[in-house]
Design a protein around this ligand. Structure first.
Ligand code: SAM
Ligand code: SF4
Ligand code: SF4
Length: 328
């Protein structure tokens, strides 16, 4: 597989710190196992100034499995580097929004407004009242999220409200649309939960999704735009069974490992389901896909990317490839 030539979209998880405890998040579920760290600034500098300088990178998305990107103390200087090297890059940031000060949100909006013409900030807001929101967004104060979003949106930021639909918030959809307008969002988007039942840390059912079976899909999962539209471009489509290869993307975690996707990267600490990942390290060298030891080019041209992932697809040996992409 020609990952180096194919990849134009980067998904990077720049921090494994988070202020929230969303119950289905891989981070929350493996809190005791995961090292808590930020993407190293010197490696970031090298990645953009050297490794990626001649690479055609179209889109950067801050997203992943282990944390919230706005926890990174250097997110503003990090984006300054990106802007300098790739002035036309499309930027997408995913956050729970309940962190940082109003001053930060103002500065952040101005930075994005003035430097990233094509940007979007997705706020994960899962209810219109504190009671409803915190069922999934545990430890996140709704009022703070909305005030942060207002400051961001009022200062030129393009904010999207992203709401995961559950039985407990499905009736709030009309109110959420009204509030999204009131708070200056450019769009609101309703989506499915990736788990149908949400269990809390006491092993009790916290949320359910029976409405997915009873209400027509288009009444539950849709997007509404209010201001300027934002058309994400996935690059040149390549029909391929691997979803990330198809969308010309890869995933980099806050530990500096490069993975084919967030689904494989999310199994890093789940040795039961992903022995194959650890087998790869045995075969190709410990952290053969790590930017501390190798350049971006070396990793995407290594046997791990070129041969091992192809072999995983050919033999369906990785659990996420079977369950997420239907590889048989
Ligand atoms: C681990 S989070 C990292 C980014 C950031 N902390 C956030 O929550 O937006 C990755 C993505 O998973 C989403 N997510 C979390 N729980 C979800 C669920 N049950 N169903 C669908 N998406 C979910 C988040 O909203 C975010 O878009
Ligand atoms: S805010 Fe994001 S990273 Fe944090 S617990 Fe929720 S889904 Fe996970
Ligand atoms: S789970 Fe496997 S097939 Fe699917 S995107 Fe990831 S690497 Fe590709």
């Amino acid at each position: 597989m020609q990952w180096l030539q194919n990849t134009i979209n980067l998904e990077i998880d720049i921090s494994s710190y988070c202020n929230a405890r969303c119950p289905c998040c891989a981070r929350t579920q493996q809190l005791e196992k995961i090292p808590v760290t930020h993407f190293d600034f010197d490696i970031w500098r090298r990645l953009w100034y050297s490794d990626l300088i001649d690479q055609n990178i179209y889109r950067l998305e801050f997203n992943g499995n282990w944390g919230d990107p706005l926890m990174h103390p250097d997110i503003i200087p990090m984006l300054g580097i990106v802007k300098e090297i790739k002035p036309d890059i499309q930027l997408v940031v995913n956050t729970n929004g309940g962190l940082r000060s109003k001053e930060f949100w103002k500065d952040f909006a101005i930075l994005l407004r003035d430097n990233f013409k094509r940007h979007r900030l997705n706020f994960g807001i899962d209810g219109t009242t504190q009671k409803s929101h915190e069922i999934y967004r545990v430890d996140v104060e709704l009022e703070k999220v909305l005030e942060n979003a207002r400051v961001f949106n009022d200062n030129g930021g393009v904010g999207f409200w992203q709401m995961t639909v559950f039985d407990h918030n499905v009736d709030e959809i009309p109110r959420a649309i009204e509030m999204a307008k009131e708070y200056g969002f450019s769009s609101i988007w309703f989506r499915r939960s990736y788990t149908r039942t949400v269990w809390n840390t006491n092993n009790e059912i916290a949320a359910t999704t029976k409405c997915y079976d009873n209400i027509p899909t288009d009444k539950l999962f849709f997007a509404k735009r209010f201001k300027r539209s934002f058309t994400p471009d996935t690059g040149i489509p390549v029909p391929h069974p691997c979803k990330y290869f198809n969308k010309k993307s890869i995933q980099i975690d806050s530990y500096h490992n490069i993975w084919p996707c967030c689904h494989v990267s999310g199994k890093l600490y789940d040795t039961e389901k992903m022995n194959a990942l650890h087998d790869s390290w045995q075969k190709y060298g410990y952290k053969c896909n790590n930017l501390e030891k190798h350049t971006y080019q070396e990793i995407l041209e290594s046997d791990y990317f070129v041969k091992e992932i192809q072999d995983a697809l050919d033999t369906a040996k990785w659990q996420p490839c079977r369950s997420v992409c239907g590889i048989k």
